[in-house]
Design a protein around this ligand. Structure first.
Ligand code: GMT
Length: 380
């Protein structure tokens, strides 16, 4: 059955939006018609044209009365219009807030004309671990998750945390994040490497949205320790609230010349192609899509043991895991990997082997099957 699928997500560099966009592109490659409903063209969608993909912008009219323009109302109305005009079969929401409650609202409207469709909510992480648990949001989040026709979480850890934090009355299916290895793999970028590490220094990379949960200052502290032992350079990719303080710390520590803050970048796989190690010291991380993309480019991982990270990072094989904030341990593990060429090669091989387990062709069919089951159950 060629389904018409609506995808609702945040269009930014955040992991949930990236995953949703990758999913939409993969589904369109398989012949499905995909309709993105969001307030901006999703970042990764801008990189190539897909004839089966449609983009519907949620416009939020302002008015002097509104200190907070009602995005959720505009989103629900856009959902109603797109579902009716495009004859969608199913709506897939990425990140519960406010997408699941807007979908519930849209469906109530559509029920009046008998044109309602089922919706699936995929929980990504901070919608559960940080924001969703806030008592200000919790009642609506709990209600709208439970009203979803199916719920998925991106790791076992997130599934368990959701069940611990909310009164969920339904099964939560785990469908992990995935990577497109055709696009994310190591390519020959030696000329970049020579520019960034002219004395053949090791190259370490961190990619995130520089929010508090990513602990970007720990990346700088870890690098400072590694650099004392091993000639190395650090590339910081992304932008967000903690970028300035991380830059300040690098200056205070006198290591700024060896750290490059490159800001938001679209061609991440080209940068990962020259990396020796990926550093992800997050406070919490439901899965760690950026780390999976690094592993697909042969890059081992130094991470914390928070959330779902132990589900992708295999201790002593693809990298190492330490307690949150234990920068000494993370630096020591990084030095162990980096100071021996042979050992580094082994870790790189294990990283790509592990990434292959999460290749998109293993994961996309799980979503397709879920869509079919949900549509069938809804229509019966
Ligand atoms: O990493 C972020 O803070 C962005 C966030 C999002 O929802 O946009 O990412 C979450 O979803 C990703 C895709 O499922 C996961 O790989 C990330 O681990 C998760 N982030 C956190 O749990 C902090």
């Amino acid at each position: 059955m060629i389904m018409k699928i609506g995808i609702v997500c945040y269009p930014t560099f955040g992991g949930s939006g990236v995953l949703a966009t990758e999913l939409g592109m993969a589904l369109s490659d398989k012949g499905y018609e995909v309709h993105f409903i969001t307030y901006e063209q999703p970042v990764r969608l801008t990189q190539s044209f897909h004839p089966n993909i449609y983009f519907h912008e949620v416009k939020v009219p302002t008015y002097p009365l509104f200190d907070f323009p009602p995005y959720e109302t505009a989103l629900a109305s856009t959902m109603v219009n797109v579902i009716l005009n495009q004859n969608l079969d199913i709506l897939h929401l990425h990140y519960a807030i406010p997408h699941a409650s807007a979908a519930y609202f849209a469906r109530q409207i559509l029920k009046k004309s008998g044109r309602d469709i089922p919706f699936i909510t995929t929980l990504h992480g901070t919608d559960i671990t940080l924001v969703g648990r806030d008592p200000t949001y919790a009642p609506v989040v709990t209600f709208s998750i439970n009203e979803s026709d199916a719920i998925t979480a991106v790791s076992d850890s997130l599934r368990e945390e959701t069940l611990r934090s909310f009164k969920i009355e339904k099964e939560i299916f785990v469908i992990p994040n995935f990577v497109d290895i055709k696009r994310f793999h190591q390519t020959d970028k030696d000329h970049f490497k020579q520019m960034l590490a002219p004395a053949n220094e090791r190259i370490l990379v961190h990619v995130s949205n520089f929010r508090a949960v990513k602990r970007v200052k720990d990346v700088i502290r870890i690098f400072e320790k590694i650099r004392k032992e091993i000639p190395s350079k650090l590339l910081m990719i992304g932008d967000g609230p903690d970028r300035q303080s991380a830059e300040d710390l690098a200056r205070e520590m006198g290591i700024y010349n060896d750290v490059r803050f490159l800001g938001k970048q679209e061609q991440i796989s080209e940068i990962l192609s020259i990396a020796d190690l990926f550093i992800l010291p997050s406070e919490t991380e439901s899965f760690g899509l950026s780390a999976l993309e690094a592993m697909a480019c042969n890059v081992p991982l130094i991470s914390t043991n928070a959330g779902g990270l132990p589900e992708i990072n295999i201790e002593g094989k693809t990298g190492f895991l330490s307690d949150v904030g234990d920068v000494d341990s993370m630096a020591k593990n990084a030095i162990y990997i980096l100071n021996d060429d042979e050992r580094l090669t082994q870790f790189k091989k294990a990283a790509i082997a592990q990434a292959r387990k999460f290749e998109k062709q293993h994961i996309i069919p799980q979503y397709e099957q879920l869509y079919c089951e949900v549509i069938k159950a809804y229509r019966s």
